[in-house]
Design a protein around this ligand. Structure first.
Ligand code: F6P
Length: 357
């Protein structure tokens, strides 16, 4: 008999349900009797003891469904050690609820912040298995996270749609892509959508180089230019600022995001008409793509196997085309950035894509 707690934490993404289904199906098919306690709205459910007992039926029909049947919330790691407004010690409360329900382990699905708390709970003696979710693909210890490929599809589709209208009107178009502080999503969607210029957080841009690239396309007779800008893209000048100075700049800049600033600068320097499109949270929504359905199911299945073997303290990840288990202490607190020297960046440059560097 296994008693499993399960929760999804942080921003949602596609294939969370597929991953949980993978865990539950694997346990069910093993013949081991299993009780599943689904904590609602992320760590909040574990802290306050809000859970639902789930049966195998709850996990059927959800392979293709986006979002998470458990709900999610952001519980910043910075605040996890701080008592809540009623003086409750959150870490002690999570441990207490785990013990009260006599759980054998907790399956936690999440990204960077989630993994810091998961590792803390592991170090406090709880049995933890995690699964790597995020459209940003920025989790250390895995080459791929689920949600990423689905978001690439959506962002690519946005760029494809912009392409046709940009071509008709002969305009410069910016598509702002999510990804938080990393550029994986923008680079992949930008390349897939045939963007001419791609601006990423890991490669600070010089706005004059961006304008040069737009004008060079004009001279070559191209009527339009597509620019994929990561929401975390940063100029060379801003990259020199201290963290505090940059935060202040963001607080006071007269633009809602970096794309609008880039657009205004191109417009001013080149006289070209520039439009901005921000697909935003659409990138995290809807049904997972086939790749993510398979990938998340595989990760979930492996998590189920580890639980059956009582092998805890790992994130189930993907390295060199294989599903692997990665110790949680290696994952927590690290960001997987894109290297400016990565082969894919070099290849993109050989294809003529400008990074503004
Ligand atoms: O981490 C996923 C992500 O979608 C990032 O790409 C983005 O920066 C962030 O979450 C948005 O967060 P929220 O949903 O809290 O607005």
């Amino acid at each position: 008999m296994k008693r499993i707690g399960m929760l999804t934490s942080g921003g949602d993404c596609q294939a969370l349900n597929a991953a949980m289904r993978g865990v539950v199906k694997t346990l069910g098919n093993s013949g081991e009797k299993t009780e599943i306690y689904g904590f609602l709205d992320g760590y909040r459910g574990l802290i306050y003891g809000n859970y639902r007992m789930l049966g195998t039926k709850d996990f059927s029909g959800i392979l293709t469904v986006g979002g998470t049947i458990l709900g999610t919330s952001r519980t910043p790691f910075k605040q996890i050690r701080e008592p809540d407004e009623n003086g409750l010690d959150k870490v002690e409360a999570m441990k207490k609820n785990y013990k009260k329900l006599k759980l054998d382990c907790l399956v936690i699905l999440g990204g960077n912040g989630t993994h810091k708390t998961a590792n803390l709970l592991r170090s406090e003696g709880l049995n933890i298995i995690t699964l790597p979710k995020t459209i940003d693909n920025d989790l250390w210890g895995t080459d791929m996270t689920f949600g990423f490929q689905s978001a690439v599809d959506i962002a690519t589709n946005a760029i494809d749609c912009i392409h046709t209208t940009a071509a008709s009107h002969g305009r410069v178009f910016i598509v702002e892509v999510m990804g938080h502080k990393v550029g994986w999503l923008t680079l992949n969607a930008g390349m897939a959508g045939g963007a001419d210029i791609i601006l990423l957080p890991e490669i600070p841009y010089d706005i004059d180089k961006v304008v040069d690239a737009v004008e060079a396309r004009d001279r070559n007779g191209s009527r339009f230019t597509i620019i994929a800008v990561a929401e975390g893209a940063i100029s060379k000048e801003d990259a020199k600022l201290s963290k505090k100075e940059y935060k202040e700049k963001l607080r006071t800049r007269p633009y809602p995001s970096v794309s609008y600033e880039v657009a205004a600068q191109i417009q001013e320097k080149s006289g070209r008409e520039v439009r901005v499109t921000v697909p935003g949270h659409v990138q995290r929504g809807g049904s997972p793509c086939p790749y993510d359905r398979v990938f998340a199911s595989r990760l979930g299945s492996e998590a189920g196997r580890l639980i059956l073997e009582d092998d805890y303290g790992f994130m189930v990840g993907y390295k060199n085309r294989e599903i692997v288990k990665v110790p949680l202490e290696e994952v927590a607190g690290k960001l997987k950035m894109l290297s400016p020297d990565a082969a894919i960046v070099k290849e993109a440059k050989m294809l003529g894509i400008c990074f503004g560097d």
